[in-house]
Structure formats: structure tokens, C-alpha cells
Design a protein. Structure first.
Length: 333
């Protein structure tokens, strides 16, 4: 890992501040938020921390084209396009959706950032991955040096820095709450905590996978961060007790509803509460469920009133403008 390069995309650290009204609502007035949603590039988000390492590796390989893939309102694609514009890379964005009649939300931003957008229709992620491989092969044949944004283990390095920032900014914090999706963000966070001798209790709120599967995903990345070869398969034996005992970290799958990107009544209510109590916007895919998880942890007594807690807002709010239909009927009462 010492040989993995990094470029600078941001002015770090991102701020931490108190959630006075939301904390009062949920029953813990000592609740704080880490604002990774308001970093400076591309309207912000957690992917920027990862892109510093991905694009650092791309530069060390003398890449001429950056290839990234995602759905219609992908935050990863938006921030890759922005980061490429800032650092001088050409960006090719491959979307597994039809070309929209009207560009909105992240799709519009990708266009403004100058990304070449390729639409391959409503295909599966597996089919999209095959298209990406073929595109990379084509680019290589014509003399380009493509770099694909897909190495999850390298990306996880970005969130080690986030936890170190919190440790400098708010060292008396007891609980940290963070999203659990593909495990890239959470694994870096958990690894850094172990470096700090498990100083903090980390709560990972799954928005995509059942608890057991997400724990395996985290384990594989944690082994890499600890210096193990990617071929090491000992992560297959890793379970809930290992994560809790070795990393002081806990995974919850109680708040994801029917799965990734599918709202719940509770997550929609949390979006309204954060907007109307704190003036902070939450996306429906990741942060709405993560903040709902925080509410549940307090309600269930896992986090007690007065225990200093910090939740990481990982961004994604620009996608709201591409999913307006979800937010039309929010109750303002």
C-alpha cells in the first residue's frame, strides 16, 4: 500500500458540527455530523476521497483515458467526471440505461464536466461490465492507456483519512455511524479505527446487503488493507463476532427495506426531518437509510442520550434532482 499514489482533489478536512434539532428529536442531543457532502469538487461526496487514490494510480500508470460505469444518476460517475476535469484526465462514462430525453440531476452534471457519455440501454450490471471490458480493449488497441475506476480495495484507502480527521476534530466522540453499501467506505473507516486501537464504536448501516453478506465484503477489504494478498481467502471464515471483537464494529440490516434504492416510509420521513430541522438534504439511496439507522440505534438504546455520536454524511444530494418523483408527496406536517 505504501506504493499506491494519491492526488489531491480537496481541501481537507471536511467540517463537523452539531445536529441540535435533529438530535433533540431522536433523543440524543449530543449528535454531530461529518459533512463529506459539502466538499468542494463536483458538489461533493464520499467518492472524492476514493478518487484521490484511483486517479493517483491512474497517473502513476500514465493513463490517457479514465473509464467509469454506473446507472443513470450515479454519484460515482458524477464525481469521477468532476475529478477528471479538475486533474486533466479525459473521462468516459458508461451508463446501463437509455439516453434520456432530458438530462437532469447527475446526468446533466456529467455533461457539464465534459465526460463522454455512452448509453448501452437497460442491461444488467454484469452485461455492463462486459461492455466496459470490451471498451477498454478497444481503447488499448488504438494506443490509449485506459484506467477503469473499479478497484474497490484501493478505493477503500480514502476513508482511512476520514476517520483520522474525526479523531483530530472530535476525539471525545464515542459512536461513529456510517453507510454500508459495497463496503468500500466502511472498510477504510473500520481499518483506521483498528489502527487507533478501536477507540470508537462503529455502526455500519447496510443499505444493500443482508448483514452476513456485508460482513464478508468488509472482511475481504480489511484483509487487503492489513497487507494480505487479494488471493487470501481467509475472509470467507470471517463472521459477526470477528468484526465486533477485532474491530469494535457492528453491522445492521434493519433499515434497508426491500433493498438498494427502494425507499421506506421511515427513510422518507428522515429526509423530511433533516431538511426541515437542519436544512440538510439527504439522498434516498444511501443517507436517508443511514440516518434512519441512527434514529433506530438511539431508540433501541444502543446509543444512549448524551453519548457523543458522529454520523458521516457521504453526499449524493444532486441525485435528488433526477428523482423528483420520489420527493413530490413528502408530508410537510
Amino acid at each position: 500500500m505504501k506504493n499506491i499514489k494519491r492526488i489531491n482533489l480537496e481541501i481537507w478536512p471536511t467540517p463537523i458540527h452539531k445536529l441540535s434539532r435533529f438530535g433533540q428529536l431522536i433523543g440524543n442531543e449530543n449528535t454531530y455530523i461529518k459533512r463529506d457532502d459539502i466538499s468542494l469538487t463536483g458538489l461533493g461526496g464520499n467518492k472524492l476521497r476514493k478518487l484521490e487514490y484511483w486517479l493517483g494510480e491512474a497517473r502513476s500508470r500514465e493513463a490517457t483515458k479514465i473509464v467509469v460505469a454506473g446507472g443513470e444518476q450515479s454519484n460515482l460517475v458524477r464525481l469521477t467526471a468532476a475529478a477528471c476535469a479538475k486533474s486533466g484526465f479525459d473521462c468516459i462514462a458508461i451508463h446501463n440505461c437509455k439516453r434520456p430525453a432530458r438530462f437532469q440531476g447527475n446526468m446533466l452534471l456529467n455533461k457539464l464536466f465534459g465526460a463522454e457519455q455512452i448509453f448501452i440501454g437497460d442491461v444488467t450490471e454484469g452485461e455492463r461490465d462486459l461492455f466496459v471490458k470490451d471498451k477498454i480493449s478497444q481503447l488499448t488497441k488504438i494506443g490509449e492507456v485506459p484506467y477503469c475506476i473499479n478497484n474497490e480495495e484501493i478505493g477503500s484507502l480514502g476513508y482511512t483519512n476520514c476517520l483520522y480527521e474525526i479523531d483530530n476534530q472530535s476525539p471525545d466522540t464515542k459512536h461513529l455511524v456510517i453507510v454500508g453499501a459495497m463496503g468500500i467506505t466502511a472498510s477504510g473507516f473500520i481499518f483506521a479505527n483498528r489502527v487507533l486501537k478501536n477507540k470508537y464504536t462503529i455502526h455500519v448501516i447496510s443499505v444493500e446487503y443482508e448483514k452476513e453478506k456485508l460482513i464478508k465484503i468488509l472482511a475481504k477489504k480489511l484483509l487487503f488493507l492489513e497487507g494480505n494478498a487479494l488471493e487470501d481467502v481467509s475472509w470467507l471464515k470471517f463472521d459477526k463476532s470477528d468484526l465486533e471483537k477485532q474491530y469494535n464494529s457492528y453491522v445492521y440490516d434493519d433499515y434497508m427495506g426491500k433493498g438498494w434504492g427502494i425507499t421506506t416510509e421511515e427513510s422518507l420521513q428522515t429526509i423530511r426531518e433533516m431538511a426541515q430541522l437542519e436544512g440538510i438534504l439527504l439522498d434516498h439511496v444511501y443517507n436517508a437509510k443511514t440516518f434512519t439507522g441512527l434514529k433506530g440505534l438511539v431508540a433501541n438504546g444502543v446509543i444512549k442520550n448524551g453519548e457523543k455520536t458522529c454520523i458521516v454524511h457521504t453526499g449524493g444530494a444532486p441525485a435528488i434532482f433526477g428523482h423528483a418523483e420520489i420527493y413530490q408527496d413528502l408530508d410537510n406536517s
